[in-house]
Write a protein that binds this ligand. Structure first.
Ligand SMILES: *[C@@H]1O[C@H](CO)[C@@H](O)[C@H](O)[C@H]1NC(C)=O
Ligand SMILES: *[C@@H]1O[C@H](CO)[C@@H](O)[C@H](O)[C@H]1NC(C)=O
Length: 442
């Protein structure tokens, strides 16, 4: 008893001290890895994740802090799991002192700040809230489960906002193995309110009333698209959660100011994901297919534009592949140089292998743009002053760095698919740089 009150007291003191810096949001449940049954005021699990090593962010660092025996989130097929998201455990019905739910805030947090949205508190129709999602992996073994084992099965586009969040469960979710499943909660917020980060916590869970006997197909990474109005780029079938902005283990390499969401923008329909079996024979996007057939010989695409004045920086994007078929090793780099050259150039890659593409903006007037640049997202904007230019330039440099880091990650995990996606991203980045150069923004 004495030790309990001391730990509760110290936790309270700690909570008061860290309140402002750690005030964000998590899905509270006693089946969570990291759940502290002695700390009513627990808020460490709400800490956002950014620029962390794999062990730091995976399971929110709580892999060895198992939930108590027998604790599970229950997922009734065709029904609803009623979750609670909040800044602090004490602000949920998990607070044993709460006898009537009307004692609690209707919203996830008392203040709007930790919710990372530009919406005003109390708004019935928030427009800047980007959604959160629940995913499932069909194993109870926290030591062998991998990030790519998780399939997002339910999403709420208006989360986190209200404290209560309903997660409808797909009717075709199969039963879990003996010992249950592992579930994860994820959230990535709008870039307009606070620094960029992701949220990821893991729980023990169980599917109840299952009738589906097929195993879920392996989930793919969620592509940026525009469900349901333009699904061309959407991933077909079950999708993995977003793993973003970390030092290691990312499956999404979006730029800092272009976060991936659990909403239509990444093909996640509202509520239960009813397309989990739709991707059994997924067709790859053409761009990925293109990069996967690039042999080890040199393939260079030169994009130049007559609109670029002679003093413009040369943008060189290069990548090299030593063995496409076996994914033995991959290296890629993005070079952003400011020297002015008289014609398009092919830069040596660090490994000495063949570059797959080089994009350069030079002063030489040549036959307009290539087909690849014309398919780039047409977001050419007019120059809006020095600050804007500097911001854009900084973004590009940051993205280039992130990209180089991502390439290294792809090489270490020896993933062909990640490498392909990466090459695709590089191509798009190159196109973006070319567009910016053409519109004189860099
Ligand atoms: C397609 O998805 C990829 C991966 O998320 C993304 O990088 C790319 O920008 C998307 N393309 C379009 C046109 O949205
Ligand atoms: C590429 O690197 C090799 C070896 O370092 C060097 O001999 C060659 O001149 C370089 N080529 C270019 C185009 O820079």
């Amino acid at each position: 008893m004495v030790s309990l009150s001391i730990s509760t007291l110290s936790a309270l003191v700690l909570a008061l001290v860290v309140k402002d810096t750690a005030a964000h949001i998590v899905l509270w449940h006693d089946a969570m890895f990291g759940w502290d049954q002695y700390n009513i005021n627990q808020n460490d699990a709400v800490t956002p994740l950014a620029d962390m090593t794999f062990d730091e962010w995976w399971f929110h660092g709580y892999k060895d802090k198992k939930p108590a025996e027998g604790k599970f989130i229950e997922l009734p097929v065709g029904g609803v799991f009623k979750g609670e998201v909040a800044c602090n455990k004490a602000q949920t019905t998990w607070n044993p002192e709460i006898t009537d739910e009307s004692q609690l805030d209707e919203f996830a947090c008392h203040d709007v700040g930790p919710m990372h949205t530009t919406d005003a508190k109390g708004s019935e129709n928030p427009t800047n809230v980007k959604g959160c999602g629940l995913a499932i992996a069909y194993t109870s073994d926290e030591n062998t489960v991998k990030p790519s084992d998780f399939t997002v099965f339910s999403v709420d586009h208006a989360c986190p906002w209200k404290r209560r969040v309903d997660f409808p469960v797909p009717a075709d979710l199969p039963a879990c193995p003996e010992g249950g499943c592992l579930c994860s909660w994820g959230w990535v917020h709008s870039p307009e309110s606070g620094s960029e980060q992701m949220y990821h916590t893991v729980y023990r869970c169980k599917v109840t009333g299952a009738t589906e006997t097929r195993a879920l197909p392996a989930p793919l990474t969620a592509n940026k698209c525009d469900y349901p109005s333009d699904t061309a780029n959407c991933t077909v079938g079950g999708k993995q959660p977003h793993y973003w902005l970390q030092k290691e283990g990312n499956n999404n390499f979006q730029d800092y100011y272009d976060p991936p969401y659990y909403n239509e923008k990444y093909g996640f329909m509202q509520g239960a994901q009813t397309d989990l079996f739709a991707g059994i024979a997924p067709s790859r996007p053409t761009v990925v297919a293109e990069s996967s057939v690039v042999p080890t010989s040199t393939v260079a695409t030169v994009v130049s534009s007559s609109e670029v004045p002679s003093a413009q920086p040369t943008l060189v994007v290069e990548s090299s592949t030593t063995d496409v078929a076996s994914s033995a090793s991959t290296s890629a780099s993005v070079v952003l140089s400011t020297s002015s050259t008289s014609s398009s150039s092919i830069a040596n890659s660090s490994s000495g292998a063949a570059p797959t593409s080089v994009v350069s903006s030079s002063s030489s007037a040549q036959a307009s743009t290539s087909a690849s640049s014309s398919s780039a997202p047409a977001t050419t904007t007019k120059s809006t002053g020095k600050t804007c230019k500097r911001t854009l330039h900084n973004n590009v440099v940051r993205q280039a760095r992130r990209h180089t880091r991502a390439a290294r990650v792809a090489a270490t995990v020896e993933s062909v698919r990640q490498r392909d996606v990466l090459l695709d991203r590089q191509r798009l980045l190159a196109e973006g740089l070319a567009i910016m150069a053409r519109s004189k923004l860099v």
